[in-house]
Design a protein around this ligand. Structure first.
Ligand SMILES: [Fe+2]
Length: 170
């Protein structure tokens, strides 16, 4: 499966080196999953939902991208490459946190010990992504209350909750 079909906004990352590193992180995180299952992973196990993880990641990426452009227009310094890569990778650790058991998706043992913001940040560091992107991944959830969020991380954090809270409200 082509990564840019799963995550079309990857093509909007201007830096080729960053695009390649982002793909490496995705390939690594997805290595234990087959093509059919990848599209059937729920984006959260906290609420009942039909919305899958790939769709959630793409929704958060599109929301973040639009807001990034608006903020840039207003003079805020937003690194769009960091924003796009960080949004695409913010939940990449969920491919480690979750596993398939029978026909169900459940939290894995590694996922019980290391939540996805931490495992995702770990994978990003392993592939030498900039620390600003590691910040977006590590700080997108409540873990981010203990560190400084960059402007790009603030955007992804809120877009993540915009989607999550709206799904919860359905
Ligand atoms: Fe998310």
């Amino acid at each position: 499966m082509r990564i840019n079909e799963l995550f079309p906004y990857i093509g909007k990352i201007e830096s080729e080196s960053l695009r390649n590193k982002t793909e490496k992180v995705i390939e690594y995180a997805l290595r234990g999953w087959n093509e059919k299952d990848i599209k059937n992973i729920p984006f959260t196990l906290l609420v009942e939902t039909e919305i899958n993880l790939i769709d959630h990641i793409n929704t958060v990426t599109e929301l973040s991208y639009s807001i990034g452009l608006i903020m840039k227009k207003r003079g805020f310094k937003i690194n769009m490459d960091y924003l796009i890569a960080g949004a695409i990778l913010h939940d990449i650790g969920k491919f480690i946190e979750y596993e398939k058991k029978g026909d169900k998706i459940v939290q894995s043992y590694p996922g019980k010990l290391v939540r996805h913001p931490v495992s995702g940040a770990g994978i990003a560091m392993r592939f030498d992504l900039p620390v600003e992107i590691v910040n977006i991944i590590a700080a997108h959830s409540k873990e981010g209350e203990f560190v400084k969020r960059t402007p790009e991380a603030i955007i992804v954090h809120h877009c993540d909750f915009i989607h999550f809270e709206n799904v919860k409200a359905l």
